[in-house]
Design a protein around this ligand. Structure first.
Ligand SMILES: [Zn+2]
Length: 386
């Protein structure tokens, strides 16, 4: 059977200085076959899509998201995960890591089972694997994670999860001695390890890098803060150039000045935008249950009754708009924080996170305000609004 060919014409390419050029992309099956500026050559295709002069960006990849539209990874059902996939696609996300957090063994296992069942049949954004944000964290920096379920990494449980072959990213508190073997084991398997919900000192992060840690989880949040005598995890994240830093760019978890400082310190290749969104994303403001706890969504923030931030309702196109606003840098340069950098962090950059010949046809069309009008996942239009 021959592959479907699509010509997407009349789109604007944007370069790193925000220069725009009208152009076209031809797609064959799940891949970009060719692309160019100006008018497309005359070649036979099955379908022509008019991009209406909208800007084309590589699809966003969200490596850290727990839920949306009333659904969350713990207790997730197949239809619920499909609704999440569709919701993410409507916000320009073409791939994501399903992210359970700290919970019982059974609850995490069940979340992984549902993830496995939906993978390959997604109605929207593609599930690229799973991200375990817990349970191997620090009680001292638990944030909104349930302390009572935080535990050191036991071999039997951890290996059962790793052996599902679904895990691409694990958040770990590296200062916990029992977690050291897990960092080495994940690294050996090509699973990315991120220091998260951690009370590690600067020196402990330095040691963790030697063990294989390459990333930090939501930089600034739920980690030992910067102090000029003890730079902590934040100081280490800013200082070690090889560490990739996740960022919740919602202007609530992190002040815009700290977002700007992060990009200054790390450069544009080592910051990853994440949503860290929970079930209330895409829902009206009000009261919700999150991880069995009561939370209130008000003014864009999700808080426990004691005021602790509990995940976000951020979406990836807003995160990108916020980081562009905070840094004053070009969209064409900053888009890599939402696409290429996360792809690279989980070793998928060969085919994902960029618009180029033979890359996966994962793309998004946006207007001047970064509203999403079309999302294509591996050659299939999964969201269209124009
Ligand atoms: Zn999270």
């Amino acid at each position: 059977m021959s592959k479907t060919t699509i010509l997407l014409k009349n789109v604007q390419f944007i370069d790193e200085q925000d220069n725009r050029n009208t152009g076209w992309i031809s797609i064959e099956g799940h891949q970009i076959r060719s692309l160019g500026k100006g008018q497309p050559k005359d070649f036979p295709v099955d379908l022509v899509l008019d991009g209406q002069g909208l800007t084309v960006l590589p699809g966003f990849i969200d490596v850290h998201t727990h839920g949306a539209l009333g659904h969350e990874m713990l207790g997730i059902t197949e239809p619920g995960l499909q609704e999440m996939s569709r919701f993410y696609a409507s916000h320009g996300v073409t791939g994501f890591l399903a992210t359970p957090w700290t919970a019982s063994h059974e609850a995490i296992r069940d979340a992984l089972k549902v993830t496995r069942a939906v993978m390959g049949n997604e109605v929207g954004a593609k599930i690229l694997g799973a991200h375990l944000e817990g349970p191997w964290l620090s009680v001292a920096r638990c944030g909104a994670q349930d302390k009572s379920f935080i535990r050191p990494a036991g071999r039997e449980e951890a290996l059962e999860f790793l052996n599902t072959d679904l895990i691409r990213l694990v958040a770990v508190a590296p200062e916990v001695p029992e977690n050291e073997w897990l960092i080495r084991e994940c690294t050996r398997r090509g699973i990315t390890v991120s220091a998260g919900h951690t009370n590690a000192t600067y020196a402990q992060i330095q040691a963790a890098i030697q063990m294989g840690v390459t990333q930090v989880t939501h930089c600034f949040n739920a980690m030992s803060p910067f102090n000029h005598r003890e730079p902590g995890t934040v100081g280490a994240a800013l200082d070690f150039p090889q560490l990739m830093c996740e960022l919740i760019a919602d202007n609530i978890h992190v002040h815009p000045a700290a977002m700007r400082l992060l990009v200054k310190a790390k450069g544009v290749d080592h910051v990853i935008l994440i949503s860290d969104s929970i079930n209330a994303a895409g829902m009206p403001e009000g009261d919700y249950l999150f991880k069995d706890a009561h939370v209130t969504v008000k003014d864009g923030a999700v808080r426990l009754d004691d005021g602790t931030l509990a995940g976000s309702i951020l979406t990836m196109e807003r995160a990108l708009a916020n980081i562009v606003a905070a840094t004053g840098r070009p969209l064409g340069e900053m888009v890599r924080l939402a696409s290429f950098n996360p792809a690279k962090a989980i070793h998928l950059e060969e085919h994902k996170g960029h618009l180029s010949r033979n890359a996966d046809a994962d793309l998004v069309l946006v207007d001047e305000k970064l509203q999403v009008h079309l999302t294509m996942v591996e050659g299939k239009v999964v969201y269209k609004q124009f």
